[in-house]
Design a protein around this ligand. Sequence first.
Ligand code: NAP
Length: 337
Amino acid sequence: MTGRQTVYLTRDVPQEGIDRLEEECEVVVWEEKTAPPHDTLVEELAECEAAALFCTVSDVVDAEVLDASPALEVVGTMSVGYDHVDLEAAAERDIPVGYTPGVLSETTADFGWALLMAAARRVTEADHYVHDGEWETWGPKILLGRDVFDATLGVVGLGSIGTAFARRAAGFDMDVCYTATEPKEECEAELAEYGIDAEFCELDDLLERSDYVSLHVPLDDETAGLIGEHELDLMGEDAVLVNTARGEVVDTDALEAALEEDRIRHAALDVTDPEPLPADHSLLDYAPEKLTIAPHIGSASVETRTEMAVMTADNILAGLRGEPMPNSATENAGVEE
Ligand code: NAP
C-alpha cells in the first residue's frame, strides 16, 4: 500500500488527465467501452475505497453512488453539464463537485454549426447519394437545400456556448435573436464587437421568427420539455431545430410528430432522449432527410477533450487537498455545502 488516495475513473480519458492524477494519487480506470452500470459503479467504488470519483455525462451520480465508498471526498465530472450529478446529495455529504465550464464552448459551438450547415445543405443526404451510386449527372433540382446567409438565427440560452454559437453567425450576415432568463448585456456587447445586433425576445417570438433555432440551455426543471408540440408548431415548416444542449430539452414524441407531419423541415441533434438512442428507435426513421443525428460529440475534439480531462483532474486534486476547486459545480449551482 502506498497510502495514496484512490481516484476512480468511469472511463478511459485522455492520458494527460490520468498523468496529472497519478502525480498524487492511485488511479483505477474502468476500461470498458460503455460506462459501468449503476450497480457496478457502486461496487467498484466500494472495492477500491475511492476517495474521488472522476465521472462523465454517462454516469448517474446519485446518493447510492455517493455512499458507495466511505472514503469518497470529491466528485469531478468531465463535462460542463451536471444534471447527471445529485448536487444536493453531494453537498449533504460535504462532497464538492467539480465541472469543466468554458473550455468546451468553442468546440461545441463549432459542432452546432456543423449540424446546422449539414441540415441546411443536406450534407448527410448528399453523402449517401454519392455512396449509393445515385450520382448520374449534375442536376438543377438535385439536393436543393436552403440558404444560411441572410437567414434568422434564434439562440435559446445565450450563455457560454450560445454566445460562441451566435458569434459564428457574423460570417453569414444573419439576424440573431435570443432568449435567456433575462437580457444578457455582456453577451450582447461581445456579439456587437462582431457586428451582431442580438435581440432579446420571448421564446414564442423567437420560434416564430427564426429559420434556424439552436438550443443552448442547461437541463433543469425549467428547461425539461421546453420544446414541445406548441413550440414546434410555432417554428413552422421551413425551420430547422439544432440541439447540442440536452436531449430532454426537446419532447421526443412531439418532435417525431412534427417531423412526420412536415411541421418543421429538419432536426439536427447531437443529444437525444433517450441517450444513447437505440438503433431501432422510431426517431431514426426520419434520417437523413428530416433528421441529422450525432452521438453526443459536441465537445469531441482532441484538444478540448484533453483540456477537459486535465481540468477534471485539477478539480479533483484541489478537492482532495481540501482546497477550493478551480471550477465548482456546487458553487455554480448555488448549492450550500
Ligand atoms: P451556460 O454558460 O450556463 O449557459 C446557459 C444559458 O442558458 C444561460 O444564458 C442561462 O441563463 C440560459 N438559461 C437557463 N435556463 C433558461 C431558461 N429556462 N430559458 C432560457 N434560457 C435559460 O452553459 P453552457 O456552458 O453554455 O452550456 C449549456 C449546456 O450545453 C450545458 O448545460 C450542457 O447541458 C450542454 N452541453 C452539451 C455539449 C455537447 O456535447 N453536446 C457540450 C457542452 C455543453 P442564466 O445565466 O440567466 O441562467
